[in-house]
Design a protein around this ligand. Structure first.
Ligand SMILES: Cc1ncc(COP(=O)(O)O)c(C=O)c1O
Length: 533
């Protein structure tokens, strides 16, 4: 196919890379007009997409770019759209090349490429447009939802573009990035407890329902019972996968939160490829894996840290009838697998992506014949930079292992010898020290003169020094630091930390003359917590 032919019907889609077109498949659901989706009307107008083509060919007479760059340009050089909502769906599919998928071929559908960064943009659009069509909401109405974050972002995107007020009830285990994102989009966020189950008034869905009930004219979106949730996947995600895979999909590995993805994909594949196996990836602690593998429904769930998937009840829209097998994946394996995906394939996925990928890899390695397996990168890892992509957070939670030394070094989160400790010099300005404390979210800084620790500066030293005369922020650190230091040899017992903390200090750990790092109360708490985990 030459460069002059790459436009069909005058429109380039995000999938229209320059390719040798394999057999083109149309699932019959897509308008083939190539018009901007907004002009198409109808429920799933976002899907005016063209084809699933894989092998790249050079563009004729365009020798100046390397092939890969030209391919990237072609993939992205779509038409100009009139709203970010038109960019929902039509997400790319990537073949994994460096992960060990045994006999199988593993494909990753990048739902992270949606404008709100997750698969939930699809249902944000379909549920709000569904409510509009059903006459449940009028212009300016208030929408209420309980959400782990991504549905909130999808809804916020659509609500903001269409002019609705949005109140979201979010469990407090969700990452800060998602909450900042929601607030920045104009949503009103109500944080609630993560440690209570369905039926409790503070459970996020129950609280959302209660808020909707007492807010005049409000509409409770209720993704867990909303038929427009699976419908979005039946009409968009499913056909996209089928087309991109040229109709050859042996298995799909997915996660289940509201169950919309599973139910929608099941319904679509039932029609076009009933032999496709459905495999559930579930966090350890959720009740779903046991339900699939043993047929029993536990009344007890435990907590897990992966976000967006796993359940403690069966949502009313769920249809598990096509699910053959489930894998229960620990938080640790999920987070490490997500990090492996970034290292090996360059794909920055969220925490649940790690769960899905871990299950997909297990499934792939168990197969005795070559199968084409699809899994989802459900959201972008940008939402989890402070968590699973933060080595300190991983260490604190016991998800990364360091070789234990058996002494106080095991409690030092940021060892100085590895240049991990945030420090300040005695001649630097107090304002610099203040900025560094804020940037790294620490309350004290060791003051280092070369390799020697000469003092410590904490928030209260700084406050006492500048209070009453703010120009003192420009004094050197040495004028405010404490220089009579309470040093603790590295081979001291853990108990010896307690009197240091009781005096309100942090422990400064040394090996002879060498400064090794600080230990704070929270470091000791994390250490003790890891021992019981
Ligand atoms: C972050 C996240 N949210 C939601 C889902 C899917 O959930 P649902 O069952 O609600 O469609 C997934 C996985 O598929 C996910 O990773």
């Amino acid at each position: 196919m030459g460069s002059t032919r790459r436009r069909r019907n005058g429109a380039l889609t995000r999938f229209s890379f320059l390719v040798s077109a394999g057999p083109r498949m149309r699932a019959g659901l897509f308008p083939a007009t190539g018009k901007p989706p907004s002009m198409l009307g109808g429920h799933f107008s976002m899907l005016a997409f063209d084809s699933a083509r894989t092998t790249l060919e050079p563009i004729a007479n365009a020798p100046s770019h390397p092939l890969s760059l030209r391919a990237a340009i072609e993939v992205n050089a779509g038409m100009v759209v009139n709203s970010v909502l038109e960019l929902i769906g039509r997400t790319p599919m990537v073949r994994a090349r460096h992960l060990d998928a045994g006999q199988c071929e593993l494909f990753l559908k990048l739902e992270s490429a949606n404008p709100g960064g997750s698969i939930k943009d699809r249902i944000g659009l379909s549920m709000i447009e569904g409510a509009e069509r059903a006459g449940k909401i009028k212009p300016g109405a208030t929408l209420v939802e309980g959400t782990a974050g991504n549905t909130g972002i999808g809804l916020a995107l659509v609500a903001q573009q269409k002019g609705y007020r949005l109140i979201l009830v979010v469990p407090d285990k969700m990452s800060r990035e998602k909450i900042f994102n929601l607030k920045a989009m104009g949503a009103e966020v109500v944080l609630t407890r993560s440690d209570v189950a369905k039926g409790h008034p503070e459970y996020y869905q129950d609280l959302a329902a209660a808020i909707a009930e007492k807010t005049p004219g409000a509409c409770f979106i209720n993704q867990f019972g909303n038929a427009d949730n699976p419908a979005a996947h039946e009409a968009t995600t499913g056909p996209e996968i089928f087309e991109q895979m040229e109709g050859r999909v042996d298995a799909i590995v997915f996660g289940c939160g509201s169950s919309g993805t599973m139910t929608g994909l099941s319904r679509y594949f039932e029609k076009v490829s009933p032999r496709t196996e459905f495999i559930l990836a579930d966090p350890v602690g959720s009740i779903l894996a046991q339900y699939i593998n043993e047929g029993t429904l536990s009344t007890k769930s435990a907590s897990w840290m992966v976000e967006g998937i796993g359940e403690d009840f069966l949502p009313s829209i769920s249809d598990f009838s096509r699910v053959r097998k489930a894998y229960a994946i620990t938080d640790k394996e999920s987070f490490l697998t997500a990090r492996e995906l970034l290292k090996k394939e360059g794909i920055l996925g969220g925490s649940s992506t790690g769960t899905l990928l871990a299950a997909a890899l297990r499934y792939c390695r168990e197969q005795r014949e070559r199968k084409r397996v699809v899994t989802l990168v459900c959201d972008t890892g940008n939402k989890y930079l402070s968590k699973l992509y933060n080595d300190y957070w991983m260490l604190d939670n016991g998800f990364l292992d360091r070789q234990p030394t058996g002494d106080l070094s095991d409690l030092i989160l940021r060892p100085y010898l590895r240049r991990d400790t945030v420090v300040v010099g005695p001649n630097e300005l107090l304002v610099t020290a203040y900025n560094r404390m804020k940037l790294y979210d620490v309350s004290q800084l060791p003051v280092m003169d070369g390799e020697k620790i000469v003092g410590i500066l904490d928030e209260s030293d700084l406050l006492m020094h500048v209070y009453g005369d703010e120009t003192r922020f420009r004094d050197p650190v040495s004028t405010a630091m404490v220089s009579r230091l309470d040093l603790l040899p590295v081979n001291s017992s853990i108990e010896s930390l307690l009197p240091v903390f009781e005096r309100g200090h942090v422990a400064i750990v040394v090996d002879g003359e060498k400064f090794l790092g600080l230990i704070t109360r929270i470091d000791l708490l994390n250490y003790l917590r890891r021992r019981v985990a």
